[in-house]
Write a protein that binds this ligand. Structure first.
Ligand SMILES: Cc1ncc(COP(=O)(O)O)c(C=O)c1O
Length: 386
């Protein structure tokens, strides 16, 4: 057996989603807020486009990096919306953003190379780095500073062996966006460390509640070192379709597309036809964002009224990152307690690397009524602790 995989834990969010489903089979009143899964159906226009592809025989291999129409549409979107000088020839269409990250990380790292991963951050970055035989190194960000990204935090983690930095904005789990001053600090850091490439995971980009997050690929001084990852799962409610993409510097693209041609081959042509349509669905995506905003305001507002509970209003994505200052409670205990007492399933903050405070992440990509009921039950459970 591969010793790295023997020691690896399965994805904590996938595990808790499965646990919530199992609990719901016995008790349909259980509210599952662990997964990052929009409750909206995929917009009908997107489904129709895929169905047309399916019935018209688009059921064979496509070119490995993707169909030209989709790669062109993605490059055009990256130029128009993100200010990236994108080239369709460097776009790789992948089964989900997760595979785009995995493929890029494998393409970049040599065994033993270090990759910086923000702490807290999404559960899969560090395991992906390990699976690629790299060494994940955490960049500690602090709740007290609202998880602001600083040059000091990056400098404290970088070494001669650092080859990659992975960032994700809007951020899962903290809900932060990348502000211009943080992007300046990041740019200065990259200029001071020319060996380090940047992977910018922008999968939640359209789900923001104020200004948009900066795309580092739009900064000319570092653009040739930035891999931009995005996809359709979250913003277009297409989690089950498994389709995402990356745009990479020439050498990274060359290595990534070779690995991809030997490992995945291609994404189904009819799904790619649906993705082309998804890129034209700004209105449908905005309609969903507006609902997330209402749920955010409702859920975060209600949680902040509970004694000992605090949550900042996220600037993006659809997660409440909630701090519990309750005697004797850590994140694991809190998550078990809420599962049992409130029948609400959330993610313990430790799954994202947050050990300093007792934090939990709850997704508000769930029915508005469920969010109100979850907040009510969490309140009752916390008050019952006395
Ligand atoms: C930050 C982040 N990146 C990537 C992904 C993976 O997205 P996909 O479903 O497109 O593989 C997720 C999904 O939870 C995520 O939260």
């Amino acid at each position: 057996m591969n010793h790295i995989l023997e020691q690896m834990q399965p994805s904590a969010s996938m595990q808790l989603m499965a646990r919530a489903k199992a609990m719901q089979e016995k008790d349909p009143g259980v509210i599952g807020l662990a997964g990052g899964e929009p409750d909206f159906p995929t917009p009908a226009r997107i489904c129709m486009a895929a169905m047309r592809g399916l019935t018209e025989g688009d059921t064979h291999y496509t070119p490995a990096p993707g169909i030209p129409a989709l790669r062109e549409a993605i490059a055009e979107k990256l130029r128009r919306e993100n200010g990236i000088d994108a080239d369709a020839a460097r776009v790789l269409v992948t089964p989900g953003g997760k595979n785009a990250i995995y493929t890029a990380v494998c393409a970049i790292l040599d065994p033993g190379d270090e990759a910086l991963v923000l702490d807290p951050s999404w559960v899969s970055y560090a395991p992906i780095v390990s699976a690629a035989q790299g060494a994940p190194v955490r960049v500690k960000l602090h709740a007290a500073a609202r998880y602001r990204l600083t040059r000091e935090a990056l400098e404290a983690a970088v070494t001669e062996r650092t080859r990659l930095l992975i960032i994700n904005y809007p951020n899962n789990p903290t809900g932060r966006i990348l502000h211009a001053d943080e992007a300046d600090a990041l740019e200065a850091f990259l200029l001071a460390h020319p060996r380090v490439l940047l992977l910018s995971d922008e999968i939640y980009e359209a789900i923001v509640y104020g200004e948009r997050s900066v795309s580092m690929g739009a900064r000319p001084s570092v653009a040739e070192r930035v891999v931009t990852v995005n996809g359709f799962s979250k913003c277009a409610a297409m989690t089950g379709w498994r389709i995402g993409y990356l745009h990479a510097p020439r050498e990274v693209f060359a290595a990534a597309s070779k690995l991809y041609s030997h490992s995945v081959s291609c994404v189904s042509g009819f799904l790619q036809a649906g993705a082309v349509e998804a890129l034209r669905c700004a209105r449908e995506i905005e309609d969903m964002r507006l609902v997330y905003e209402q749920r955010r305001d409702l859920f975060i507002g209600a949680l902040n009224e509970i004694p000992g509970v605090h949550a900042d209003y996220p600037e993006g994505a659809f997660y409440a990152w909630v701090r519990f200052d309750l005697p004797g409670m850590d994140a694991a205990a809190m998550s078990e307690y809420l599962m049992e007492k409130a029948r609400v399933v959330g993610m313990p903050g430790t799954a994202y690397g947050e050990e300093e405070i007792c934090a939990m992440r709850f997704s508000f990509a769930n029915a508005t009524g469920d969010m109100a009921e979850a907040a009510r039950r969490i309140r009752e459970a916390v008050l019952a602790l006395g």
